[in-house]
Design a protein. Structure first.
Length: 225
């Protein structure tokens, strides 16, 4: 779907192997319960815009986002993997369901992205987060307990690293420290607030993540975060 304009159309229930969209505009369109092995959204030299569209109940096994803008779109009860959006705008959208690896950027080397007014409360985005200047005070963040909002990384991250480095279990210590160091890179790269939501590759990661989440949550609750 390249260089197309669609309004008030229903594309629901489709089964797609490879879906490519670019330089197009969709207004009040439905993409509910769509299944795609690969979804490439926003290819081409100009942005693709989805305005007042719904993707409820859909599942994308692999998602590539380039120049794409979503305004007042809904993604309820979805499974969408590997969302990494270095050039994406998200304004007043609703996210709910499984978004493993969802990473939203506030800017790219070429431009600033608009990320504001989004509702992530029902989203699970383990292994993802926010980078490059997303103002998290303008979003509603996930309420799932595997996510912890860190409002003051300059205080919280050093305190958390100090605690982790005292852990006796070396494997868990290394796992948790690597998570914190990635967050520190995000903070130093221009992300003023952070969302801790680590993914687990094995049982060691799961144990380390559980300890890390509990510890950081306590730091934040005490006023350190």
């Amino acid at each position: 779907m390249i260089d197309e304009t669609h309004r008030d159309e229903d594309f629901s229930e489709r089964r797609i192997s490879h879906w490519t969209v670019g330089v197009s505009t969709f207004e009040r369109c439905r993409f509910d319960n769509v299944r795609a092995d690969v979804a490439e959204l926003g290819v081409g030299s100009a942005p693709t815009v989805f305005r007042d569209c719904s993707f409820d109940g859909s599942g994308f096994a692999r998602t590539s986002l380039d120049q794409v803008r979503f305004e007042r779109c809904t993604f309820r009860n979805v499974v969408m993997r590997d969302w990494i959006a270095p050039y994406g705008d998200f304004v007043d959208c609703i996210f709910g369901g499984e978004f493993p690896g969802l990473t939203v950027f506030g800017s790219s080397p070429e431009r600033s992205n608009e990320v504001a007014g989004n509702d992530f409360r029902d989203a699970v985005m383990l292994g993802g987060g926010f980078r490059a200047g997303v103002d998290l005070s303008l979003q509603q963040l996930p309420i799932d307990l595997r996510h912890v909002f860190i409002s003051d990384p300059a205080v919280t991250l050093p305190a958390a690293l100090t605690v982790v480095r005292t852990w006796g279990d070396q494997a868990e210590r290394v796992s948790a420290e690597s998570v914190l160091l990635v967050l520190d890179e995000d903070y130093r790269g221009g992300q003023p607030q952070l969302l801790l939501c680590p993914a687990a590759q094995d049982a060691i990661d799961e144990a380390a993540n559980a300890r890390l989440l509990e510890m950081v949550r306590k730091l934040v609750t005490r006023g350190s975060g």
